[in-house]
Design a protein around this ligand. Structure first.
Ligand SMILES: [Zn+2]
Ligand SMILES: [Zn+2]
Length: 407
């Protein structure tokens, strides 16, 4: 029987999967510079018997095809493999040997987990009706990201459905979660330079006080969220940096620098906030005889999980793992460049909780002490197996009929 055998083989490969994860963890490489990581992935895929491998897709991505013996749909699975410029402080025996670089988002786990699925399924490819396209993506963490360039290079042209997962620490291990519709935000960034006219603090009338003008900007722009945006649609505007003056008591600051981030889901809210940041800042500055430069940088688009494919995996996972393991999760304000894949083809991005309070795995992603419970590698792998089973296994008549009725 298909799935049972695959699952057994995946379980048997757990120790190896963990050793791959630890190898990747020990040798992290930052976004766009993952040379050894890419070589490691390609070498593993070749060792599993893959012949149809594409390297350098969209710059640094790697793709491998698993072709079933019968025709059927093409399912894409994506895992990212870049690390972050963070100095690791976990003290783990397999901690980073590359100072200042760390796998602090779990991408080492995403890649090891998907490699394991690729290895196991290679033995069973003759059973399949259709194709699995394994997509290993470089540079998720740094704009413009590897996702967009891989999609632009046509990586999804022959793909019918696309799926991916993200580990989630420190949420306690044991659950797989899904979120239909908007699931992760579009993370944008802005920088505002306000040019006043510095001078003696005792003679404000002869100056243009950049601190006062910048304060108006910080305060007034809050009303974009509270008064201009549709309250039914989420949006966040945060000023994270306010720099002016040089420590003196008696000098009016010549310039002020503001930096911040915007998080949105609906494109019209994103457009509105971008436009208002620029026009309001200019008008406030004008009203106070200051000038300004506003720079707005768009990050990844919001990640939108397709309803039908999300409902499908929610059912599949529930069937495979039981109700107690599968849960709906609310949308989050973090960003993820898998959004580009989901703009192109139907699919869903799901989450495998990977914290473990007892083992001290309590730190969030991008923290120097970030870690995850390695049991999540197997759970995540099983999720992919159940998706393969759904799309690429010919079901007996009764089961097929049942799924038609449900669908
Ligand atoms: Zn990250
Ligand atoms: Zn990530």
């Amino acid at each position: 029987m298909g799935y049972e055998n695959w699952e057994k083989a995946l379980v048997e490969n757990v120790e190896t999967t963990i050793s791959w994860r630890r190898h990747l963890h020990e040798h992290p490489e930052p976004s766009f510079e993952e040379w050894n990581t890419r070589a490691f992935i390609a070498e593993k895929l070749k060792s599993f018997g893959y012949e149809e491998i594409e390297e350098g897709v969209g710059g640094g991505g790697i793709v491998a095809y698993l072709r079933g013996s019968k025709p059927g749909p093409v399912i894409g699975f994506r895992a990212d493999f870049d690390a972050l410029r963070i100095h690791e402080e976990t003290g783990l025996p397999f901690a980073s040997k590359n100072p200042g670089v760390m796998h602090a988002c779990g991408h080492d786990g995403h890649t090891a987990g998907l490699l394991s699925v690729a290895k196991v399924m290679k033995q069973y490819e003759a059973e399949l009706s259709g194709t699995v396209k394994f997509i290993f993506q470089h540079a998720e963490e740094v704009l413009p990201g590897g996702g967009k360039s891989m999609v632009d290079a046509g990586v999804l042209e022959d793909v019918d459905y696309i799926y991916g997962l993200h580990l989630r620490s420190p949420l306690e291990y044991g659950k797989v979660t899904y979120c239909s519709g908007y699931a992760m935000a579009a993370p944008d960034f802005f920088e505002i330079k306000i040019q006043g006219k510095g001078g003696h603090a005792a003679y404000p009338h002869a100056t243009v006080d950049s601190v006062v003008v910048a304060s108006y900007v910080v305060n007034q722009l809050q009303s974009i969220i509270s008064r201009q945006k549709d309250p039914k649609k989420s949006g966040v505007l945060t000023f994270s940096t306010f720099k002016a003056g040089d420590g003196a008591n008696n000098v009016i600051a010549d310039t002020a620098l503001l930096k911040g981030t915007v998080r949105t889901f609906a494109p019209e809210v994103r457009d509105l906030i971008e436009e208002k940041i620029s026009t309001m800042t200019k008008q406030i500055c004008e009203a106070h005889d200051a000038t300004c430069e506003v720079q707005y940088t768009r990050g990844y688009p919001a990640l939108y999980n397709h309803e039908a494919e999300t409902a499908l995996i929610a059912d599949l996972f529930t069937e495979t793992f039981g109700e107690e393991t599968v849960e709906e999760t609310p949308l989050r304000m973090g960003g993820e460049d898998f959004a580009y894949f989901l703009q192109e083809k139907p699919g869903s991005f799901f989450f495998v909780n990977s914290g473990n309070a007892e083992k001290g795995i309590v730190y969030p992603h991008h923290h120097p002490k970030f870690d995850f419970d390695e049991r999540a590698l197997l759970l995540g792998g099983k999720c992919f197996l159940s998706i393969i089973d759904h799309y690429l296994t010919e079901k007996e008549t009764s089961k097929a009929e049942a799924s038609v009725t449900v669908g």
